[in-house]
Ligand binder design. Structure first.
Ligand code: NOJ
Ligand code: MG
Length: 534
């Protein structure tokens, strides 16, 4: 077990919302630097920063106008260098967000590309003639609603954008563009960054004939516009795997670097992103815990299916929340969020923890006048409000929760005066303390890092499984509901030792063959050695 990312936990920071240092209400790199000791003490091993590059911020940094410059909102390159150095000094790896599918419409490349049909960079983006009726070239829809094509009046062609019209898609079939993009990876790798999370990696190559997508027979009004069609031709094309293999070989030309792909696809498809013989991404992000109903049988099945589908040598990974999805505590409640975190941190594979989930920040109401997500402006009814998952980190009980000297760009959670790092640090039973304990256990136990996974029980609201390594076992028993329930434990767990309980006050006094689990309870148990049968 050599690779750091196989036994480490990744922590996602949304830089606008972690820590402000200059009082503009927006988080920045100096702010993150200040919180490195917090992260080291939390016990995570790597931080992934959502984009910090120069950007007009139409999609808050996912619209990049210079891949090699830090946006002044976040600081400058010297701030970045110090952040990287201090993170490394604290034993933390640093991952950046690589956004290769599209740039900002203000990127110099796009300004050139749109300047004339003859411009040498014309082919760096995706330009097509209008349909015979003058409309868009095909029926592709933007992920943020409406047509995915915008007409450039001056040159008489449409350009393609899978997201906002301020985010034109790059043409990865063009070799020069490819080279330029791979060079930007080298630029950051040379600085010493430890890897990348790659934005919408399955989108990079589109059908070369630009065929219409077929209609989605299951579309129901109220779903996002994008779901009207099946994305058969606009994403997940066979040739994308070649592009990814090229990225991977750049990554592999540096020691111990990590490549993660953001991919929303069904499991069988997801697995192809490991590459035929491991030349894909190291970790295709696995979002199934976000998408599944929160029920024991559904989770048991998806974990088994995922484990079974993994290719030889493919390392698993798990995600509970991110900046595009409702937070875990918003989905299942703050008490059940402990159970979810216990699951995340005891499953086999690299976990990604989303900032603020260690406080169990729940649903944050965003008053209409404070909505910032550009998706919401396009699709007020269909869009899930991503702002609600991007609110500032809550550090203490002082004004603006210690996040900033002035009003933050998004509101704090309603309960921030109780739900903050300071308050949690003083409470040995807080979500924060609980998360730290789990992270520490994961760090110390080879069984949790490397052990095999097998399901023990999936009955009613109970999900139980064991991790096993060289004859040693750690069992995990979860109650996925708020109602108490009983569970029959196998002998090795019944005679085992309780290591961590999600609801410590209601933990069973003693383990036995039949145990009552309080609502929202979760137990991590070290099996008794003498009871383990191979
Ligand atoms: C996925 C990112 O996570 C999301 O925040 C962004 O809006 C889109 N990609 C477009 O870059
Ligand atoms: Mg700031």
């Amino acid at each position: 077990m050599s690779k750091w990312w196989r036994h480490g936990t990744i922590y996602q920071i949304y830089p606008r919302s972690f820590q402000d240092s200059d009082g503009d209400g927006i988080g920045d790199l100096r702010g993150i630097r200040r919180r490195i000791p917090y992260l080291a003490e939390l016990g995570v091993n790597a931080i992934w920063l959502s984009p910090i590059f120069q950007s007009p911020m139409a999609d808050f940094g996912y619209d990049i106008s210079d891949y090699r410059a830090i946006d002044p909102i976040f600081g400058d390159i010297a701030d970045f260098d110090r952040l990287l150095e201090e993170a490394h000094d604290a034993g933390l790896k640093l991952l950046l967000d690589f956004v290769p599918n599209h740039t900002s419409d203000q990127h110099a490349w796009f300004l050139e590309s749109r300047s004339s049909r003859e411009n040498p960079k014309r082919d760096w983006y995706i330009w097509c003639d209008p349909a015979p009726d003058g409309g868009p070239p095909n029926n592709w829809i933007s992920n943020f609603g409406g047509p995915a094509w915008t007409l450039d009046e001056a040159t008489g062609q449409y350009y393609y954008h899978a997201f906002l019209k301020q985010q034109p898609d790059l043409n990865w079939r063009n070799p020069e563009l490819r080279r330029a993009m791979l060079d930007t990876l080298r630029f950051w790798l040379d600085k010493g960054v430890d890897g990348f999370r790659v934005d919408v990696i399955w989108h990079l190559i589109k059908d070369d004939k630009f065929r219409d997508n077929p209609p989605n027979p299951f579309y129901r009004p109220g779903q996002p516009d994008i779901d009207r069609n099946l994305q058969v031709h606009s994403a997940d094309q066979e040739e994308v795997h070649e592009v990814i293999a090229e990225m991977r070989s750049v990554i592999d030309s540096y020691p111990e670097r990590l490549l993660i792909g953001e991919i929303y696809l069904p499991v069988e498809k997801l697995m192809t992103y490991y590459g035929r013989s491991g030349e894909g991404v190291h970790l295709p992000f696995n979002f199934q815990l976000i998408q599944s109903p929160w029920q024991a049988d559904a989770l048991a099945k998806l974990i088994d299916d995922y484990e079974a589908a993994l290719p030889e040598g493919g390392w698993p990974n798990w995600v509970l929340s991110n900046h595009d999805q409702p937070r875990i505590a918003a989905r299942v409640g703050t008490a059940q969020a402990r159970v979810a975190t216990m699951l995340l941190l005891t499953l086999r594979g690299t976990p990604t923890l989303y900032y603020g989930d260690e406080l169990a920040i729940g649903k944050v109401e965003i008053p209409p006048e404070r909505i910032r997500d550009p998706w919401a402006a396009n699709e007020p009814s269909a869009a899930f409000l991503r702002d609600s998952s991007r609110t500032p980190m809550q550090w203490d009980g002082s004004e603006h929760a210690g996040f900033s000297q002035s009003e933050p760009w998004l509101p704090l959670s309603g309960d921030w005066q109780q739900r903050n790092v300071d308050a949690a640090a003083a409470d040995p039973d807080s979500m924060l303390a609980f998360t730290r304990k789990l992270l520490q256990l994961r760090q110390e136990e080879d069984i949790l890092q490397e052990g095999s996974y097998s399901l023990l029980v999936s009955r009613g609201s109970v999900l139980a499984f064991e991790r096993k390594l060289e004859g040693e076992i750690i069992g995990v028993v979860l109650n996925l509901s708020a109602e108490p329930t009983e569970v029959d434990l196998p002998p090795q767990l019944a005679a085992g030792t309780l290591l961590i309980a999600a609801q410590a006050a209601d933990a069973p006094q003693e383990l036995a063959r039949t145990v009552t689990l309080a609502g929202d309870q979760g137990l991590v148990i070290r099996a008794a050695k003498e009871e383990i049968r191979s």
